[in-house]
Design a protein around this ligand. Sequence first.
Ligand code: BES
Ligand code: MN
Ligand code: ZN
Length: 496
Amino acid sequence: MELNFISDALETVTCSVLAAYSFEGNPDSSGTVERLPSATRSLLGELRSSGELTGKAYECTLIHRPAGLAAQKLLVVGAGKPEKFDDAQERRLAGTAVRFVRARSAHMLAWVLDSSRPGAARAAAEGAIVADYDADRYRTERNGERRVDKFLLATGGPTPRSETRQSLEHGKIIAEAQNFVRDLVNEPSNTMTPEILAGRARAMAEKVGLKFDVLDEARIQELKMGALWAVGQGSDAPPRMIVVRYEPAEAPVAPVIGLVGKGITFDTGGISIKPSEAMHEMKTDMAGGATMLGVMQAIAQIKPRIRVIAVVPAAENMPSGKAYRPGDVVTSMSGKTIEVLNTDAEGRLALADGLAYAKQLGCTALIDAATLTGAVMIALGNITTGVFGWNQEWVNKVLASATAEGERMWQLPVDDEYRELYKSMIADIANTGGRYGGAITAAMFVGEFAGDTPWVHLDIAGTRWSNDEKPYRAKGPTGAVVPTLVHLLTELAPKK
Ligand code: BES
Ligand code: MN
Ligand code: ZN
């Protein structure tokens, strides 16, 4: 999708569809429709009186040969209540416009920009690119002809200032990173083994100029990553530890932020096998790893002055004659021994070695993202990411970035009392803490391997995936938490 500004007066913009939004209550005279010529607005007034135009969120009204405009069609997108409007809503509205016109075979869309809002260009660009994504790689008839190839931001006169241009560029980078994540997550497990994931990470790193390294099975064993190894040992597709580094010369030597992402390319549950009913969804169990790779792709382009290392422990969790068993005791890279009570609690084992390795590489603060528990979905659904951590200052920074980006996150407690639940009879620690508080004990298990290093855990089991198609986004992988983490890293970097 090509993105650009168009500075013609709105009435003279020639394009197949010009789109503006209007608020509930005054759909003919509020929102960006305010900026349209009076002939167009009186037409909208008629539509309002007839009850056709209400301004309810995501309502789409398409007007052919609109009075007062050179554009062939005018699309009015309902923006909902004005008091609820923010950048995140603009993102969804621009996305709604894109998906609406695509479905009607228009390839070009001009979006009326509210130049008084600094975040508008970014939000619109982001919404448009995220909306134009479909999971159709494996369809013999692809959705190719139904994509918007040109998305213009109509300023209605003023040529955009350099910050506005940057804002558009920023939105494009974030959205493309999210779509990269969505592509990886959509990929089925027959074409997404640990080795293939490493290959995709390498290709991304080469494209944007990041350092790349991957540990193969020999190196994983040499470095005594017994926890990751155990998870992967039942599979014919061997595990990998993927490392992508962003180390700009101008950045201070500290902090070094470690982004550790769960990279289970398929989770059968292993010997503690899952029911078959929803097992196919477990191809998405590398979403945390994909997320961290997406964040790296974005910061390589945005170039904040901060050091970041992404570590993705990748493995396939399979039952077989070589598989690890319930009751096995494994020694993690940190030296801590783990009693495996359930082979389906594999993510925390992979993360244990991922965190230990990130610390060995010199990370001074850690964040992990993982599709870790079904329990977090019971608690927060598909809407909100679970946030965990002992270092409240570090947690607060993540939460503040989430708020700034309009992503929903909620902190859950991590108190010492829960530690009792994952004590082992014969090893240092057990890999499950039972059903109750499952998201918490899973998080705390992972945190044990962060030790004294500030650490935040994001359980994205729910938010990795959207169960239904939205007017502004396809069903499936979401690319959640990428915007938050990119925001956080840019905030942490000393300003130029
Ligand atoms: N990958 C799953 C968690 C999951 C479930 C992610 C559904 C996305 C959707 C994880 O490895 C897992 O199996 N967790 C178990 C832990 C239990 C065995 C302690 C769970 O949540 O049931
Ligand atoms: Mn599992
Ligand atoms: Zn899993």
